[in-house]
Design a protein around this ligand. Structure first.
Ligand code: AQP
Length: 336
């Protein structure tokens, strides 16, 4: 039996930060040997919120370079660009026609992001989870690594696949494979440096709220120095009254590759004046090799393009077969 397949992606909506790395990419690095990993740049999703056309292509390359700089091996994993494969939008259209509108109106992320956009909210933002269902189901993955925030969307993906199978297939011969979620271990939700109750996010208007993977050492140190804390002495995990303390300890634990128990013991008696420089040095050292490799990759566009071309070809062949299966089941005529 071959390896099980996993699939995941990141939107090229800005500079990637520690949350993207520790919450997503680093897990993929661990998973890529055991699983057949399909990793993509979700650039079609990036335009569901206002975007800068001058930056979209560059951000897409930047995410690809970040994957590799963080340790994704392009010889093992398939790295591809969503918008280079029109099958994604084509399958999304077919899914649109079988997905009840009220399934989408229930999505929490839509409700949250729609509030921010007021009257300008686009159909794309509402429809985003249907495109995401197409992104996933095209590759027939066994497992989809998702964070808590994406659980509802994966459930929708499974519902769409089940509906299509029920309406156009049969129990013995399902058309689409229904993937399982692979929920990450707790502790991998990285929170904002300015508010320990909100997640670290590319779209947060405050740069101080996040550490970008490309931040130079002095910026990292400054951001950590200014990170919100509390007046209590002694540092601890899991105190609901101290979300910033929990978050900064989690960052230290993940970046120093130590166990939670070891970090809890090391920092129990510390004050912020002692802990913050320790965290800053640890973050700078952990990001140094990634930054060096990232810079080299961004300088070698031909190499990066070669990887994406190969990734697109491999992904496109698999996705094309799935789309053909769905179109045949829906009764479309063969292209002449
Ligand atoms: N703070 C975070 N902690 C842990 N994981 C995170 N991820 C994002 N932020 C954190 C994970 O990164 C992957 C890619 O995310 P995405 O860019 O496709 O969308 P997102 O979750 O909406 O990320 P951002 O940074 O918040 O982007 P914007 O601001 O553009 O919406 C996902 O696996 C996500 O869980």
């Amino acid at each position: 039996m071959g390896k099980q397949r996993i699939l995941s992606g990141i939107q090229p909506t800005g500079n990637l930060h520690l949350g993207n790395y520790l919450g997503a990419i680093r897990n993929w690095v661990e998973l890529q040997q055991k699983y057949d990993a399909f990793l993509f740049m979700a650039d079609l999703h990036a335009i569901t919120v206002p975007h800068d056309p001058q930056k979209l292509a560059e951000n897409t390359y930047s995410v690809a370079a970040t994957y590799i700089a963080c340790g994704i091996d392009p010889e093992q994993a398939t790295i591809f660009v969503q918008s280079h494969l029109p099958v994604h939008t084509e399958l999304a259209w077919l899914f649109n026609c079988i997905t009840p509108l009220n399934w989408l109106e229930r999505m929490i992320q839509f409700k949250e992001k729609a509030v921010k956009q007021g009257e300008n909210v686009s159909i794309g933002l509402l429809d985003y989870p249907v495109l995401q269902a197409a992104d996933i189901l095209l590759y027939e993955p066994d497992l989809v690594p998702v964070g808590e925030d994406q659980k509802q969307h994966l459930e929708l993906t499974r519902d769409i696949a089940a509906r299509l199978n029920f309406q156009f297939g049969s129990e013995e011969k399902p058309i689409l494979k229904i993937p399982e979620p692979m929920i990450r271990a707790a502790g991998a939700r990285i929170m904002s440096l300015t508010d320990g109750t909100r997640k670290m996010s590319k779209s947060d208007p405050s740069e101080q709220s996040r550490i970008d993977l490309t931040d130079p050492p002095e910026v990292i140190t400054k951001k950590i120095k200014r990170a919100k804390t509390d007046p209590s002495r002694g540092l601890e995990f899991d105190n609901p009254e101290r979300p910033e303390c929990h978050n900064l300890l989690t960052l230290y634990m993940l970046l120093s590759n130590q166990s939670r128990e070891a970090v809890a013991a090391e920092c129990r008696e510390m004050g912020w004046g002692q802990f913050k420089p320790l965290l800053a040095d640890t973050a700078v050292e952990a990001l140094r090799p990634i930054q060096e490799q990232y810079a080299a990759l961004m300088d070698d566009r031909t190499y990066l393009e070669g990887i994406l071309r190969r990734g697109n070809e491999k992904a496109g062949a698999i996705a094309g077969r799935t789309l053909a299966k769905v179109k045949a089941a829906l009764g479309f005529s063969q292209p002449l």
